[in-house]
Design a protein. Structure first.
Length: 353
């Protein structure tokens, strides 16, 4: 059944992400259209790497914000606090990217103006919109952070309901959630870097063909990683970790290559953004490898049944009243059947199993 937000804060989180995406993409589309209209007057701009800078940013922003909306829906559907917090950090990344793009677009416009491809006045026309984009995302980030704080309490019952009172099992489940969330964000940064590279480097070289081929391979690896961890398949996880190390080497190679003197002209229009994405992706790969190994150590320790219980928690499954919230993240091991500690109301009552 299709999920719709069902509380004040889930609606707020969804609408903030949606409004932010619509406004920012509208501004990006205006900048792109304004740029392309003036660029069409020149017949020799097609081979200029500077002329591909703005299409690169627009492509990535469309991909980034649409993917964010998918992750918002998924996080709220599953009541996944880890993913909600990750989305706030994801928004910070979009904020940084929006701030960097202004300087890069300015450099591209002035470079094209020197070649008499564009008039320099286009910068003054687009500058207000480029300034507004990071400002809007900054406001959106603050608003999303406030909603995430409220949703943390609202979703606290979910883990409590699924894992009961076992602290060790709760920790394993949290590590699993972190790993799955990292895979979802890896997808954006892997594919985001590849999309930028394909748009900027249009020469039909072996490197270009390999980059195109990397797209479906990346998707398959990430899907396989999620499947192996759910099935607690140790050898499959080891194989995926080896592929992660291959991806780590690939992005380090790309980072070094884009700063080599032989490739300086090809990468200059968006080198800062590509380098930023490469560095962030390298960090994410290291975190993903670490969490994959942690999850592998948790195999065959009783977590698997809880993973397959991860259907969305319905409103009528919550306990009566709201007193559970302060205690939902404080799970204490019980006796025998590991009964949850529900709060002060049980503090003075003895139970005999």
């Amino acid at each position: 059944m299709f999920f719709l937000p069902n509380s004040k804060w889930t609606w707020a989180f969804t609408l903030i992400a949606l409004v932010q995406a619509c406004v920012v993409l509208a501004f990006e589309c205006y900048v792109f259209a304004h740029f392309q209209i003036h660029l069409q007057q020149s017949n020799n701009s097609g081979n200029s790497s500077s002329s591909r800078t703005i299409p690169t940013f627009l492509t990535l922003y469309i991909f980034g914000f649409l993917y964010q909306l998918v992750l918002v829906w998924d996080a709220l559907r599953m009541k996944n606090t880890i993913q909600v917090i990750g989305l706030v950090m994801y928004n910070v990344g979009l904020l940084i990217y929006g701030a960097v793009q202004m300087e890069q677009i300015k450099e591209a416009i002035f470079a094209l103006a020197e070649d008499e491809v564009l008039h320099q006045d286009i910068w003054s026309d687009t500058k207000p919109f480029l300034i507004a984009i990071p400002a809007i995302i900054a406001v959106g980030t603050i608003a999303l952070a406030i909603c995430a704080w409220k949703l943390y309490d609202e979703f606290a019952w979910t883990i409590y309901k699924r894992i009961s009172a076992d602290l060790r099992m709760k920790r394993r489940y949290l590590q699993y959630q972190i790993y799955i969330a990292l895979l979802k964000f890896d997808f954006f940064f892997f594919l985001g870097f590849t999309v930028q590279f394909v748009v900027i480097v249009t020469q039909r070289q072996i490197e270009f063909a390999l980059t195109i081929a990397a797209m479906p391979v990346t998707i398959i690896i990430l899907l396989a990683a999620a499947w192996f961890v759910r099935k607690e398949n140790l050898w499959g996880t080891i194989a995926v970790v080896i592929l992660y190390f291959g991806g780590l080497a690939y992005f380090i190679f790309k980072l070094v290559r884009m700063y080599s003197s032989a490739r300086e002209d090809a990468y200059r229009p968006a080198r800062k953004e590509l380098a930023s994405f490469a560095v962030l992706t390298i960090i994410l790969i290291i975190l993903t490898i670490t969490n994959a190994l942690i999850c592998a150590f948790n195999y065959n320790k009783g977590l698997k049944p809880y993973i397959y219980k991860t259907r969305p928690i319905e409103e009528d499954e919550k306990p009566m009243g709201s007193a559970y919230a302060p205690y939902a993240t404080e799970m204490e091991p019980g006796v025998g059947g590991k009964r949850p500690v529900a709060g002060p109301s049980n503090a003075g009552r003895m139970e005999i199993d």
